[in-house]
Design a protein around this ligand. Structure first.
Ligand SMILES: [Zn+2]
Ligand SMILES: [Zn+2]
Length: 245
Protein backbone atom coordinates (compact mmCIF):
# COMPACT_ATOMS: atom_id res chain seq x y z
CA UNK A 1 0.00 0.00 0.00
CA UNK A 2 1.01 3.60 -0.55
CA UNK A 3 2.90 5.25 2.28
CA UNK A 4 2.59 8.98 2.77
CA UNK A 5 4.83 11.36 4.70
CA UNK A 6 2.41 14.28 4.48
CA UNK A 7 -1.35 14.20 5.01
CA UNK A 8 -2.49 17.28 3.10
CA UNK A 9 -6.10 17.29 4.31
CA UNK A 10 -7.03 17.21 8.01
CA UNK A 11 -9.68 19.09 9.98
CA UNK A 12 -9.49 20.36 13.54
CA UNK A 13 -12.47 21.13 15.76
CA UNK A 14 -12.42 24.67 14.38
CA UNK A 15 -14.23 23.30 11.33
CA UNK A 16 -17.28 23.00 13.57
CA UNK A 17 -17.99 19.35 12.72
CA UNK A 18 -14.59 17.81 13.47
CA UNK A 19 -13.56 16.70 16.91
CA UNK A 20 -9.83 17.00 17.65
CA UNK A 21 -7.54 19.83 18.58
CA UNK A 22 -4.57 20.84 16.46
CA UNK A 23 -2.21 19.38 19.08
CA UNK A 24 -4.08 16.07 19.05
CA UNK A 25 -3.89 15.88 15.25
CA UNK A 26 -0.16 16.61 15.31
CA UNK A 27 0.44 14.06 18.07
CA UNK A 28 -1.43 11.40 16.13
CA UNK A 29 0.52 12.25 12.97
CA UNK A 30 3.75 11.88 14.90
CA UNK A 31 2.61 8.54 16.36
CA UNK A 32 1.93 7.29 12.83
CA UNK A 33 5.32 8.39 11.52
CA UNK A 34 4.03 11.24 9.35
CA UNK A 35 6.37 14.21 8.91
CA UNK A 36 3.78 16.80 7.92
CA UNK A 37 0.10 17.65 8.04
CA UNK A 38 -1.76 20.44 6.30
CA UNK A 39 -4.33 21.94 8.59
CA UNK A 40 -7.20 22.45 6.17
CA UNK A 41 -10.19 23.63 8.15
CA UNK A 42 -13.25 24.47 6.11
CA UNK A 43 -13.70 28.02 4.85
CA UNK A 44 -16.26 30.30 6.52
CA UNK A 45 -19.18 29.56 4.18
CA UNK A 46 -19.75 26.20 5.87
CA UNK A 47 -22.05 26.73 8.88
CA UNK A 48 -20.66 26.39 12.38
CA UNK A 49 -17.04 26.63 11.42
CA UNK A 50 -14.30 29.15 10.97
CA UNK A 51 -14.43 32.87 10.33
CA UNK A 52 -11.90 35.01 8.47
CA UNK A 53 -9.83 35.82 11.54
CA UNK A 54 -9.07 32.15 12.24
CA UNK A 55 -7.07 32.05 9.00
CA UNK A 56 -5.67 35.52 9.51
CA UNK A 57 -4.09 34.48 12.79
CA UNK A 58 -2.81 30.99 11.93
CA UNK A 59 0.65 32.54 11.72
CA UNK A 60 0.91 32.29 15.51
CA UNK A 61 1.30 28.51 15.18
CA UNK A 62 4.84 27.20 15.35
CA UNK A 63 6.26 25.57 12.22
CA UNK A 64 6.32 22.22 14.00
CA UNK A 65 3.96 20.83 16.62
CA UNK A 66 4.79 17.54 18.36
CA UNK A 67 7.64 17.14 15.89
CA UNK A 68 5.36 17.39 12.85
CA UNK A 69 5.61 20.16 10.27
CA UNK A 70 2.32 22.06 10.09
CA UNK A 71 1.14 23.72 6.90
CA UNK A 72 -1.18 26.64 7.62
CA UNK A 73 -3.95 25.76 5.25
CA UNK A 74 -7.60 25.96 4.37
CA UNK A 75 -10.16 23.85 2.55
CA UNK A 76 -11.90 26.78 0.93
CA UNK A 77 -15.37 26.39 -0.50
CA UNK A 78 -15.74 26.76 -4.24
CA UNK A 79 -18.69 29.06 -4.91
CA UNK A 80 -21.01 29.01 -7.92
CA UNK A 81 -18.70 31.05 -10.15
CA UNK A 82 -15.53 29.29 -9.01
CA UNK A 83 -14.49 32.01 -6.59
CA UNK A 84 -13.50 31.05 -3.02
CA UNK A 85 -15.32 31.89 0.22
CA UNK A 86 -12.59 33.97 1.83
CA UNK A 87 -11.30 37.39 0.76
CA UNK A 88 -7.94 37.24 -0.96
CA UNK A 89 -6.11 39.21 1.73
CA UNK A 90 -6.69 36.43 4.29
CA UNK A 91 -4.73 33.94 2.19
CA UNK A 92 -1.54 35.98 2.59
CA UNK A 93 -0.14 34.03 5.53
CA UNK A 94 -1.38 30.59 4.48
CA UNK A 95 1.00 28.13 2.89
CA UNK A 96 -1.44 25.56 1.56
CA UNK A 97 -4.75 26.26 -0.16
CA UNK A 98 -7.07 23.37 -0.90
CA UNK A 99 -10.56 23.94 -2.24
CA UNK A 100 -13.60 21.86 -2.98
CA UNK A 101 -17.33 21.98 -3.62
CA UNK A 102 -19.49 21.56 -0.52
CA UNK A 103 -23.21 21.70 0.06
CA UNK A 104 -24.77 24.14 2.56
CA UNK A 105 -22.33 26.85 1.55
CA UNK A 106 -24.62 28.76 -0.80
CA UNK A 107 -23.43 26.59 -3.70
CA UNK A 108 -26.44 25.95 -5.95
CA UNK A 109 -25.03 24.71 -9.26
CA UNK A 110 -26.61 21.48 -10.41
CA UNK A 111 -25.20 20.33 -13.76
CA UNK A 112 -21.93 18.61 -14.67
CA UNK A 113 -21.19 21.58 -16.91
CA UNK A 114 -21.61 24.05 -14.03
CA UNK A 115 -19.62 21.97 -11.52
CA UNK A 116 -16.83 21.60 -14.06
CA UNK A 117 -16.77 25.30 -14.88
CA UNK A 118 -16.71 26.31 -11.20
CA UNK A 119 -13.92 23.84 -10.43
CA UNK A 120 -11.82 24.95 -13.41
CA UNK A 121 -12.22 28.60 -12.44
CA UNK A 122 -10.97 27.71 -8.96
CA UNK A 123 -8.02 25.83 -10.49
CA UNK A 124 -7.12 28.96 -12.47
CA UNK A 125 -6.84 30.94 -9.21
CA UNK A 126 -3.08 31.27 -8.54
CA UNK A 127 -3.74 30.92 -4.79
CA UNK A 128 -5.02 27.36 -5.18
CA UNK A 129 -2.73 24.35 -4.60
CA UNK A 130 -5.12 21.37 -4.51
CA UNK A 131 -8.67 20.36 -5.40
CA UNK A 132 -10.25 18.17 -2.72
CA UNK A 133 -12.43 15.15 -3.59
CA UNK A 134 -12.84 15.90 -7.30
CA UNK A 135 -14.74 12.61 -7.31
CA UNK A 136 -18.03 13.41 -5.63
CA UNK A 137 -21.21 11.67 -6.70
CA UNK A 138 -23.23 14.73 -5.64
CA UNK A 139 -21.24 17.09 -7.87
CA UNK A 140 -19.98 15.18 -10.87
CA UNK A 141 -17.38 16.94 -13.02
CA UNK A 142 -15.84 16.25 -16.41
CA UNK A 143 -12.64 14.41 -15.48
CA UNK A 144 -10.87 14.91 -18.80
CA UNK A 145 -11.31 18.68 -18.55
CA UNK A 146 -10.23 18.76 -14.92
CA UNK A 147 -6.97 16.87 -15.45
CA UNK A 148 -6.08 19.20 -18.34
CA UNK A 149 -6.73 22.33 -16.27
CA UNK A 150 -4.96 20.99 -13.18
CA UNK A 151 -1.90 20.16 -15.26
CA UNK A 152 -1.85 23.54 -16.95
CA UNK A 153 -2.17 25.49 -13.68
CA UNK A 154 0.00 23.18 -11.55
CA UNK A 155 -2.71 22.14 -9.10
CA UNK A 156 -2.77 18.85 -7.18
CA UNK A 157 -5.77 16.53 -7.59
CA UNK A 158 -6.77 14.60 -4.49
CA UNK A 159 -7.93 11.04 -4.03
CA UNK A 160 -9.88 11.35 -0.80
CA UNK A 161 -9.91 8.42 1.64
CA UNK A 162 -12.94 9.58 3.65
CA UNK A 163 -15.03 9.59 0.47
CA UNK A 164 -14.55 5.84 0.19
CA UNK A 165 -15.65 4.83 3.65
CA UNK A 166 -18.15 2.05 3.70
CA UNK A 167 -21.26 3.94 4.69
CA UNK A 168 -24.44 4.63 2.89
CA UNK A 169 -24.45 7.80 0.83
CA UNK A 170 -20.68 7.77 0.44
CA UNK A 171 -19.64 10.41 -2.07
CA UNK A 172 -16.82 8.26 -3.41
CA UNK A 173 -16.90 5.81 -6.28
CA UNK A 174 -14.19 3.24 -6.87
CA UNK A 175 -14.60 3.15 -10.64
CA UNK A 176 -14.52 6.93 -11.00
CA UNK A 177 -11.54 7.32 -8.68
CA UNK A 178 -9.63 4.74 -10.70
CA UNK A 179 -10.62 6.53 -13.91
CA UNK A 180 -9.34 9.82 -12.52
CA UNK A 181 -6.06 8.22 -11.43
CA UNK A 182 -5.51 6.64 -14.84
CA UNK A 183 -6.21 9.92 -16.63
CA UNK A 184 -3.91 11.78 -14.22
CA UNK A 185 -1.09 9.27 -14.68
CA UNK A 186 -1.36 9.51 -18.45
CA UNK A 187 -1.37 13.30 -18.27
CA UNK A 188 1.45 13.49 -15.70
CA UNK A 189 -0.69 15.32 -13.13
CA UNK A 190 0.16 15.90 -9.49
CA UNK A 191 -1.85 13.51 -7.32
CA UNK A 192 -2.20 13.28 -3.53
CA UNK A 193 -3.83 10.62 -1.37
CA UNK A 194 -5.22 12.20 1.80
CA UNK A 195 -7.31 11.17 4.79
CA UNK A 196 -9.68 14.17 5.15
CA UNK A 197 -9.63 13.24 8.85
CA UNK A 198 -12.31 14.79 11.07
CA UNK A 199 -11.02 12.97 14.16
CA UNK A 200 -7.50 12.20 15.30
CA UNK A 201 -7.54 8.43 14.72
CA UNK A 202 -8.14 9.01 11.01
CA UNK A 203 -5.05 11.16 10.40
CA UNK A 204 -2.90 9.47 7.77
CA UNK A 205 -5.41 6.62 7.46
CA UNK A 206 -5.73 5.56 3.83
CA UNK A 207 -7.22 2.12 4.52
CA UNK A 208 -10.46 3.03 2.71
CA UNK A 209 -8.41 3.46 -0.45
CA UNK A 210 -7.14 -0.12 -0.36
CA UNK A 211 -9.92 -1.32 -2.72
CA UNK A 212 -9.20 1.63 -5.04
CA UNK A 213 -5.41 1.50 -5.40
CA UNK A 214 -4.37 -1.63 -3.48
CA UNK A 215 -3.75 -3.58 -6.67
CA UNK A 216 -0.73 -1.42 -7.46
CA UNK A 217 -2.52 1.06 -9.73
CA UNK A 218 -0.17 3.71 -8.34
CA UNK A 219 3.15 3.64 -6.54
CA UNK A 220 4.70 6.04 -4.04
CA UNK A 221 6.43 7.82 -6.93
CA UNK A 222 3.08 8.77 -8.47
CA UNK A 223 1.90 10.86 -5.53
CA UNK A 224 3.40 14.09 -4.32
CA UNK A 225 2.70 13.54 -0.61
CA UNK A 226 4.69 10.33 -0.34
CA UNK A 227 7.58 12.77 0.20
CA UNK A 228 7.47 15.83 2.43
CA UNK A 229 10.39 17.27 0.46
CA UNK A 230 8.41 17.04 -2.78
CA UNK A 231 5.52 18.89 -1.15
CA UNK A 232 7.89 21.58 0.13
CA UNK A 233 9.53 21.99 -3.28
CA UNK A 234 6.10 22.36 -4.89
CA UNK A 235 5.11 25.01 -2.35
CA UNK A 236 8.41 26.85 -2.61
CA UNK A 237 7.93 27.14 -6.35
CA UNK A 238 4.60 28.80 -5.58
CA UNK A 239 6.22 31.09 -2.99
CA UNK A 240 4.17 29.52 -0.19
CA UNK A 241 7.16 28.38 1.87
CA UNK A 242 10.74 29.56 2.04
CA UNK A 243 13.15 26.66 2.26
CA UNK A 244 16.19 28.86 2.80
CA UNK A 245 14.94 29.80 6.28
ZN1 LIG B 1 -14.29 18.63 1.64
ZN1 LIG C 1 -12.25 18.11 4.20
Amino acid sequence: MIKIEADLHVHSMFSGHAYSTIDELAEEANNKGLKMIALTDHGPALPGGTHFNYFNNLKVLPEKIKGVRILRGIEANILNDGSLDLAERYFRDLNFVACGIHMNTGYTNTSVREHTRATINAIKNPLVDMVTHPINLSNMIDLEEIVQAAKEYDVILEINASSHKKIERSRGDKKLSRKLIKLALKNDNLLALNSDAHYRNLVGDLSNLEPVVGDGLITNDNIINSSMDRVLEFLEKKNKVNLSN
